[in-house]
Design a protein around this ligand. Structure first.
Ligand code: SAM
Length: 479
């Protein structure tokens, strides 16, 4: 489950029914359970549970038709929370608390329109264009959006049978989006649905109320998502992140194979475990935005997909220091010594070599921008050969005649990364080995050092080697 998902703890159904009395009709006292529960095999009880959670926890009014999928709220929340992470990390230069409009797309929003409703409730600056092919779900989605007075932020469109899946992106070619999301129909045929139900050892935990159009698509979910990848190759950077849920582990490998065959190296994976249910999310981008491992990689992935996990965008290096201040001072001095490197120390609020006009997301101690490798031995040799003795350090300033703004830097830099100094765990101090040359009187000056960690996060760029070479240079210098 996503770490911010507040349904990590078991739901107290009696308490929930106090907040949403219609649920009282479905409370049962099971003989083997101390608290009242609901029967997950009762479709009406399931629908009432979803309505109750949305009412109590999100102040959302929801009406779910009995012949369509009933979306479990904890599971749907996982995807929205992960997308919040994706957008927040992509906007690493955004001013703290600045409201920037975020434009999302939900493909196949269903009768509930649950994803855009949850997302717009959590994020006041998000708005959506959502699609729904099934006329009955299209009507119902519109009703739910209207009931919550979110029709000025969520627009529903109904594609035709031959429309592209990513229709919202093809309607207005001047419009850019921040992300697409989708929970596609999983199965390729009705036989697959039946086989999947039979394969569950003790039968499914909950009834599935889905209609055929919601559950079945020709070729199954991987064909559906593969088609989205194909369409995204046309739209490319007009959307920052394309994403989708996947319900089958085998689909993860199939989709990553499609990324590789289309030279899409900037992709992300996540896994959500909800009780006995496991789901995966995939995302891909044609932009140069890079996301930290905590968002882009599955830790301890199932061996079946370990080869699919994207390359690291986070590099951690242990470093000994007496304090965070001295470590940051040492880093500042190393970064200052690198030619043509722009950096901002958020740690002590000092700007070096640039006049950044915004206060970026302070999740890092340093933000670093480079246009090229000026730190490696070969790069320094090259520079020495070319050195114009009178030149200054800052080529951006030389060429533009003015200090760089944040947006200049983001656009002109070939590599951006953040450096975060992580405090050691408590009681992790190390006293340097005693030096026999030190007499007893001198030993009082020996300072204990602690095991800090420097965490480098690649934020932007297309050249992975440039990022790796920068991290290894800084780590070597800090030793
Ligand atoms: C698994 S349901 C997901 C519904 C909802 N998003 C949820 O998570 O509860 C898939 C939905 O996609 C819709 N759908 C299938 N193909 C579509 C397409 N090409 N364009 C838009 N919607 C589509 C189905 O009608 C169905 O409502």
């Amino acid at each position: 489950m996503h770490p911010r998902n507040f349904y990590r703890d078991k739901i107290d159904f009696t308490q929930l029914a106090d907040a949403y009395p219609p649920l009282k009709n479905y409370l049962i006292q099971a003989s083997n359970h101390p608290n009242k529960i609901i029967d997950f095999k009762d479709q009406a009880a399931q629908r009432c549970l979803t309505e109750a959670l949305l009412h109590r926890d999100f102040n959302l009014k929801m009406s779910l038709p009995p012949d369509r999928l009933c979306p479990p709220v904890p599971n749907r929340l996982n995807y929205v929370l992960w997308l919040q992470d994706v957008i927040s990390a992509s906007d690493y230069m955004k001013e703290q608390n600045a409201e920037v409009m975020v434009h999302g797309v939900d493909i196949g929003t269903g009768s509930s329109a649950i994803y855009p409703l949850l997302a717009c409730t959590l994020e006041k600056s998000w708005n959506f264009v959502v699609s729904e092919i099934d006329p009955s779900s299209f009507e119902s989605a519109n009703r739910n959006i209207l009931a919550n007075e979110l029709n000025d932020r969520i627009r529903v469109i109904q594609p035709g049978a031959s429309s592209p899946i990513l229709l919202p992106l093809f309607l207005d070619e001047s419009k850019c989006f921040d992300f697409t999301m989708c929970n596609p129909p999983f199965y390729g045929s009705i036989q697959e649905v039946i086989q999947s139900a039979e394969a569950k050892q003790y039968g499914p935990n909950a009834v599935c109320t889905g209609a055929e159009v919601e559950m079945i698509t020709s070729g199954g979910e991987s064909t559906f998502v593969a088609e989205m990848v194909k369409e995204s190759l046309v739209v490319r950077e007009r959307c920052r992140w394309f994403t989708s849920m996947l319900g089958k582990l085998s689909s993860v490998a199939e989709i990553v194979e499609i990324f590789k065959s289309n030279s899409i190296d900037n992709y992300i994976l996540a896994e959500f475990v909800q009780g006995q249910t496991r789901r995966w999310a995939v995302g891909w981008s044609f932009t140069d935005i890079r996301l930290p491992d905590s968002i882009s990689r599955i830790p301890n992935a199932n061996p079946t997909i370990s080869k699919c996990i994207p390359a690291h965008n986070t590099i951690k290096q242990p470093v000994l220091s007496a304090s965070k201040e001295s470590l940051c001072d040492a880093l500042t001095s190393i970064l200052s010594s690198i030619n043509h490197l722009f950096f901002k120390s958020i740690h002590n609020r000092t700007t070096y070599d640039m006049d950044v006009d915004t206060e970026p997301n302070a999740s890092a101690d340093f933000l670093v921008f480079a246009q090229e490798d000026t730190w490696s031995r070969s790069a320094r040799r090259r520079q020495n050969q070319l050195l114009d003795k009178s030149s200054g350090r800052n080529t951006f300033e030389q060429s533009s005649g003015s200090a760089q703004t944040a947006s200049d830097l983001v656009h002109s830099s070939r590599m951006a990364c953040s450096i975060h100094v992580l405090q050691p765990p408590a009681n992790d101090s190390v006293v340097p080995p005693s030096n026999p040359a030190l007499t007893e009187s001198k030993s009082a000056t020996v300072t204990a050092t602690e095991n800090f960690t420097m965490e480098f996060n690649w934020r932007q760029g297309r050249d992975r080697d440039l990022f790796a070479s920068f991290c290894s240079h800084i780590s070597r210098k800090m030793r």
